[in-house]
Design a protein. Structure first.
Length: 217
Protein backbone atom coordinates (compact mmCIF):
# COMPACT_ATOMS: atom_id res chain seq x y z
CA UNK A 1 0.00 0.00 0.00
CA UNK A 2 2.76 2.44 0.92
CA UNK A 3 4.60 1.72 -2.32
CA UNK A 4 1.43 2.43 -4.30
CA UNK A 5 0.91 5.73 -2.44
CA UNK A 6 4.53 6.70 -2.94
CA UNK A 7 4.59 5.93 -6.65
CA UNK A 8 1.28 7.71 -7.25
CA UNK A 9 2.53 10.78 -5.43
CA UNK A 10 5.80 10.85 -7.35
CA UNK A 11 3.87 10.67 -10.62
CA UNK A 12 1.81 13.70 -9.62
CA UNK A 13 4.84 15.86 -8.78
CA UNK A 14 6.77 17.70 -11.53
CA UNK A 15 10.46 17.00 -11.91
CA UNK A 16 11.53 20.37 -10.48
CA UNK A 17 9.74 19.67 -7.16
CA UNK A 18 11.55 17.88 -4.34
CA UNK A 19 9.49 15.63 -2.08
CA UNK A 20 10.25 15.96 1.64
CA UNK A 21 8.67 13.03 3.48
CA UNK A 22 7.48 14.41 6.81
CA UNK A 23 8.25 11.62 9.25
CA UNK A 24 7.30 13.31 12.55
CA UNK A 25 5.71 10.85 15.01
CA UNK A 26 6.61 7.97 12.69
CA UNK A 27 8.91 5.13 13.67
CA UNK A 28 12.37 4.28 12.37
CA UNK A 29 10.77 1.24 10.72
CA UNK A 30 8.27 3.43 8.89
CA UNK A 31 11.08 5.63 7.61
CA UNK A 32 13.17 2.61 6.60
CA UNK A 33 10.27 1.28 4.54
CA UNK A 34 10.09 4.51 2.55
CA UNK A 35 13.88 4.68 2.31
CA UNK A 36 13.85 1.25 0.66
CA UNK A 37 11.52 2.66 -1.99
CA UNK A 38 14.12 5.30 -2.82
CA UNK A 39 13.13 8.26 -0.64
CA UNK A 40 16.10 10.14 0.82
CA UNK A 41 14.71 13.48 2.06
CA UNK A 42 12.89 13.37 5.40
CA UNK A 43 11.50 16.21 7.49
CA UNK A 44 11.12 16.42 11.25
CA UNK A 45 9.47 19.03 13.47
CA UNK A 46 11.31 18.44 16.75
CA UNK A 47 15.05 18.26 17.34
CA UNK A 48 14.82 15.62 20.05
CA UNK A 49 12.73 13.31 17.88
CA UNK A 50 15.07 13.79 14.93
CA UNK A 51 18.13 12.98 17.03
CA UNK A 52 16.44 9.85 18.33
CA UNK A 53 15.99 8.55 14.79
CA UNK A 54 18.99 9.61 12.75
CA UNK A 55 21.58 7.23 14.21
CA UNK A 56 19.30 4.27 13.44
CA UNK A 57 19.03 5.16 9.76
CA UNK A 58 21.46 5.18 6.82
CA UNK A 59 23.99 7.99 6.64
CA UNK A 60 22.77 9.19 3.24
CA UNK A 61 19.37 10.29 4.58
CA UNK A 62 19.01 14.03 4.03
CA UNK A 63 17.39 15.48 7.13
CA UNK A 64 15.24 18.61 6.93
CA UNK A 65 14.23 20.61 10.02
CA UNK A 66 10.76 21.93 9.18
CA UNK A 67 9.30 22.80 12.59
CA UNK A 68 9.78 25.60 15.07
CA UNK A 69 13.45 25.64 16.05
CA UNK A 70 14.52 26.94 19.45
CA UNK A 71 17.85 28.73 19.49
CA UNK A 72 19.21 26.53 22.28
CA UNK A 73 18.65 23.43 20.12
CA UNK A 74 20.53 24.65 17.02
CA UNK A 75 23.88 23.27 18.24
CA UNK A 76 22.57 19.71 18.00
CA UNK A 77 21.91 20.00 14.25
CA UNK A 78 24.94 21.68 12.76
CA UNK A 79 27.00 18.54 12.12
CA UNK A 80 24.49 16.84 9.87
CA UNK A 81 21.37 18.83 8.95
CA UNK A 82 20.73 19.11 5.21
CA UNK A 83 18.35 22.08 5.28
CA UNK A 84 16.58 24.16 7.94
CA UNK A 85 13.25 25.35 6.50
CA UNK A 86 11.93 27.30 9.47
CA UNK A 87 14.20 30.30 10.02
CA UNK A 88 11.61 32.81 11.22
CA UNK A 89 13.80 35.56 12.68
CA UNK A 90 17.17 37.25 12.39
CA UNK A 91 17.92 36.11 15.97
CA UNK A 92 17.54 32.47 14.96
CA UNK A 93 19.66 32.97 11.83
CA UNK A 94 22.35 34.62 13.94
CA UNK A 95 22.43 31.60 16.27
CA UNK A 96 22.59 29.15 13.36
CA UNK A 97 25.48 31.15 11.92
CA UNK A 98 27.25 31.15 15.29
CA UNK A 99 26.94 27.39 15.67
CA UNK A 100 27.87 26.77 12.03
CA UNK A 101 31.11 28.70 12.53
CA UNK A 102 31.81 26.73 15.72
CA UNK A 103 31.37 23.42 13.93
CA UNK A 104 33.18 24.65 10.79
CA UNK A 105 30.20 23.70 8.64
CA UNK A 106 28.08 25.57 6.13
CA UNK A 107 24.37 25.37 6.96
CA UNK A 108 21.68 25.74 4.28
CA UNK A 109 18.48 27.48 5.32
CA UNK A 110 15.16 28.79 4.09
CA UNK A 111 13.61 31.95 5.50
CA UNK A 112 10.09 31.41 6.80
CA UNK A 113 7.59 34.04 5.68
CA UNK A 114 4.23 34.55 7.34
CA UNK A 115 1.57 34.19 4.66
CA UNK A 116 -1.27 32.59 6.68
CA UNK A 117 -4.09 34.49 8.36
CA UNK A 118 -3.72 32.42 11.53
CA UNK A 119 -1.88 34.07 14.39
CA UNK A 120 -0.33 30.74 15.36
CA UNK A 121 1.63 30.52 12.11
CA UNK A 122 5.08 32.06 12.39
CA UNK A 123 7.31 33.82 9.92
CA UNK A 124 8.84 37.10 8.85
CA UNK A 125 7.24 39.95 6.96
CA UNK A 126 8.70 41.43 3.78
CA UNK A 127 9.86 44.45 5.76
CA UNK A 128 11.87 42.10 8.00
CA UNK A 129 13.22 40.06 5.10
CA UNK A 130 14.79 42.90 3.15
CA UNK A 131 17.24 44.16 5.81
CA UNK A 132 18.10 40.59 6.79
CA UNK A 133 19.02 39.75 3.19
CA UNK A 134 21.05 42.95 2.94
CA UNK A 135 22.94 42.00 6.10
CA UNK A 136 23.50 38.52 4.68
CA UNK A 137 24.89 39.96 1.45
CA UNK A 138 27.23 42.12 3.55
CA UNK A 139 28.62 39.06 5.32
CA UNK A 140 26.82 39.36 8.64
CA UNK A 141 25.89 35.66 8.74
CA UNK A 142 29.03 33.60 7.99
CA UNK A 143 28.73 29.90 7.14
CA UNK A 144 25.08 30.35 6.14
CA UNK A 145 23.67 29.47 2.72
CA UNK A 146 20.24 30.97 2.10
CA UNK A 147 18.43 28.85 -0.49
CA UNK A 148 14.98 30.44 -0.62
CA UNK A 149 11.73 30.92 1.27
CA UNK A 150 9.27 28.74 3.16
CA UNK A 151 5.64 29.37 4.01
CA UNK A 152 2.61 27.68 5.56
CA UNK A 153 -0.87 28.47 4.27
CA UNK A 154 -3.97 28.97 6.40
CA UNK A 155 -5.60 25.72 7.55
CA UNK A 156 -8.87 26.01 5.65
CA UNK A 157 -10.93 24.15 3.08
CA UNK A 158 -11.19 27.34 1.02
CA UNK A 159 -8.76 26.62 -1.81
CA UNK A 160 -8.92 30.20 -3.05
CA UNK A 161 -7.40 31.46 0.20
CA UNK A 162 -4.66 28.83 0.16
CA UNK A 163 -3.82 29.46 -3.50
CA UNK A 164 -3.71 33.20 -2.89
CA UNK A 165 -1.30 32.76 0.00
CA UNK A 166 1.01 30.51 -2.00
CA UNK A 167 0.90 33.00 -4.87
CA UNK A 168 1.87 35.77 -2.47
CA UNK A 169 4.92 33.82 -1.31
CA UNK A 170 5.99 33.27 -4.90
CA UNK A 171 5.52 36.98 -5.65
CA UNK A 172 7.60 37.90 -2.59
CA UNK A 173 10.37 35.56 -3.73
CA UNK A 174 10.22 36.85 -7.30
CA UNK A 175 10.34 40.45 -6.09
CA UNK A 176 13.45 39.80 -4.02
CA UNK A 177 15.22 37.52 -6.47
CA UNK A 178 16.56 40.22 -8.78
CA UNK A 179 18.67 41.63 -5.95
CA UNK A 180 19.20 38.23 -4.30
CA UNK A 181 19.39 35.60 -7.08
CA UNK A 182 20.20 32.77 -4.66
CA UNK A 183 16.53 32.75 -3.52
CA UNK A 184 15.65 29.78 -5.71
CA UNK A 185 13.68 27.43 -3.49
CA UNK A 186 10.03 27.75 -2.42
CA UNK A 187 9.09 25.27 0.30
CA UNK A 188 5.30 25.30 0.36
CA UNK A 189 2.58 22.69 0.16
CA UNK A 190 1.61 19.77 2.40
CA UNK A 191 -0.61 16.69 2.04
CA UNK A 192 -3.85 18.66 1.84
CA UNK A 193 -2.76 21.46 -0.46
CA UNK A 194 0.31 20.33 -2.39
CA UNK A 195 -1.40 20.48 -5.80
CA UNK A 196 -2.23 24.16 -5.20
CA UNK A 197 1.38 24.77 -4.15
CA UNK A 198 2.66 23.15 -7.35
CA UNK A 199 0.40 25.43 -9.40
CA UNK A 200 1.92 28.44 -7.66
CA UNK A 201 5.55 27.42 -8.20
CA UNK A 202 6.58 25.31 -5.23
CA UNK A 203 9.96 23.59 -5.51
CA UNK A 204 9.73 21.63 -2.23
CA UNK A 205 6.69 19.79 -0.88
CA UNK A 206 6.47 18.74 2.78
CA UNK A 207 4.20 15.70 2.72
CA UNK A 208 3.47 13.31 5.57
CA UNK A 209 0.05 11.69 5.90
CA UNK A 210 -0.27 10.93 2.17
CA UNK A 211 2.86 8.81 2.50
CA UNK A 212 2.69 7.43 6.04
CA UNK A 213 -1.02 7.49 6.82
CA UNK A 214 -2.58 9.17 9.86
CA UNK A 215 -0.31 10.62 12.55
CA UNK A 216 0.36 8.70 15.77
CA UNK A 217 0.11 11.45 18.40
Amino acid sequence: MQQERYNALLQSIPAHCKLIAVSKTKSVQDIQALYKLGQRDFGENKVQELLGKKDHLPADVRWHMIGNLQRNKVKYLTDFIHLIHSVESSKLLKEISKQAVKSNNNIAVLLQVKIAREESKEGMSVTELEPLLQDFDNGKYPNIIIKGLMGMATFTEDEAIVSEEFARLREIRDGLQQAHPYLEELSMGMSGDYSLAIEQGSTMLRIGSLLFGARDY
